[in-house]
Design a protein. Structure first.
Length: 389
């Protein structure tokens, strides 16, 4: 009988917690991630994050930390419970998630697929096994209460704009992937759950004064914050610029269009080389290393410095028109105008047009050949990609 009342009392206490406000309600810090704030709440209550979630939330348990809380781990029910347990509004919590980049970085957040320039995590038993968040050792060191910033989840956030040093995404001591939710609640600093190294003590790697990286990465952040990209004196909404920026990154990394002096200079400063095509192991741009991202974004922004610099890059690398708009879901007007001049020179006929040309040649008593057709259409025709003659 005593066990029965004991279990009823335990159930009653649990029910009480799920219906009450947090005893300690921390104020969200500047540019803080929702997952970071939840971790700080749990530690403030002297609890491990999974236990904290299980105690205070309906229909959510420790497995919430096996997902990307800032991306797919949020829903109306969870946000509603957060509002009921604090003095903050729904907008306050949504502003701490990656959804807040809607209308600036992308049009709509996609919870089931990759999002533009968002680092994508992968978890195994709550432990991150893929790098998806970065940190600045000096930011952690100078903070009274260590927390994680929202833009550390972005692939172009490779350096700290305040301290002018490179970010980290793993433990510099043992190489373990940075897993914030594995921090022990009784230790105030973020540390490696594997070797115990304190991340605020990481060696500082400053950006070279000879590099163009700082001003170019800073420019990307300014575009993101303002929502506007100024090109040739004209304002362009950032959601119509970032997909085109990614297109140029693909040129540089996947298609090996690398005839640009700045690429060699930045690679030399960091003492790394982008892999050649046969050695590429990454399928997505977001999966590259911090220094690879740094070089690519630095060079890409230099290409968009002006119309002349963009045109020079296209001509120097002999990039055909089909490449310029390949894989872009929606081609914005400003980019369409920019690449229009290259279209006639790289026109590629349809199968129907080729068949009609073959009939015309035969009618004239001329034997069709790919060489003759190429001359007719003023473009190179590859027999592996066109109709049989």
């Amino acid at each position: 009988m005593g066990d029965y009342f004991k279990s009823q009392s335990s159930y009653s206490n649990t029910f009480k917690h799920k219906n009450s406000k947090f005893p300690i309600r921390l104020k969200p810090l500047k540019n803080e991630l929702l997952s970071s704030w939840l971790l700080r709440e749990a530690y403030a209550h002297y609890m491990n994050p999974p236990a904290f979630i299980s105690l205070y939330f309906y229909n959510f348990d420790r497995h919430i930390f096996h997902r990307d809380i800032d991306l797919v781990g949020i829903n109306e029910n969870f946000i509603k419970q957060l509002v009921s347990k604090t003095y903050y509004k729904k907008e306050d919590f949504l502003g701490m998630t990656l959804k807040s980049y809607e209308g600036y970085l992308f049009i709509n957040l996609n919870k089931s697929n990759r999002n533009l320039f968002i680092l994508q995590p992968r978890f195994r038993k709550g432990r991150a096994i893929k790098k998806a968040i970065r940190f600045c050792p000096l930011c952690l060191k100078e903070s009274k209460e260590q927390y994680l910033k929202k833009y550390w989840r972005l692939s172009f956030s490779t350096i700290c704009l305040k301290h002018k040093c490179f970010l980290y995404d793993n433990c510099p001591e043992c190489g373990e992937v940075f897993s914030p939710n594995k921090r022990k609640y009784d230790i105030k600093e973020y540390h490696c759950h594997k070797c115990g190294f304190s991340f605020s003590q990481s060696p500082i790697k400053y950006v070279s004064k000879l590099s163009s990286g700082f001003k170019n990465i800073q420019k990307i952040n300014e575009i993101l914050e303002s929502g506007v990209f100024i090109f040739e004196g004209k304002p362009i909404l950032s959601i119509f610029f970032f997909p085109i920026l990614k297109q140029v990154l693909r040129f540089l990394y996947f298609y090996n269009f690398r005839t640009i002096e700045l690429l060699n200079e930045e690679s030399h400063l960091l003492n790394i080389q982008l892999p050649e095509e046969k050695n590429k192991k990454k399928r997505f741009l977001e999966d590259l290393s911090i220094k690879e991202h740094y070089i690519l974004f630095t060079v890409a922004m230099e290409i968009f410095k002006s119309k002349d610099s963009f045109e020079k890059y296209i001509k120097d690398n002999k990039i055909g028109f089909p490449f310029l708009n390949r894989g872009i879901e929606y081609i914005p007007f400003w980019y369409d105008e920019l690449i229009k001049q290259f279209s006639n020179k790289h026109y590629f006929p349809t199968d129907e047009e080729i068949k009609s040309a073959v009939k015309y040649l035969k009618k004239k008593g001329i034997k069709p050949s790919y060489k003759k057709l190429s001359k007719m259409f003023d473009c190179y025709l590859d027999k592996r990609r066109t109709v049989e003659l």
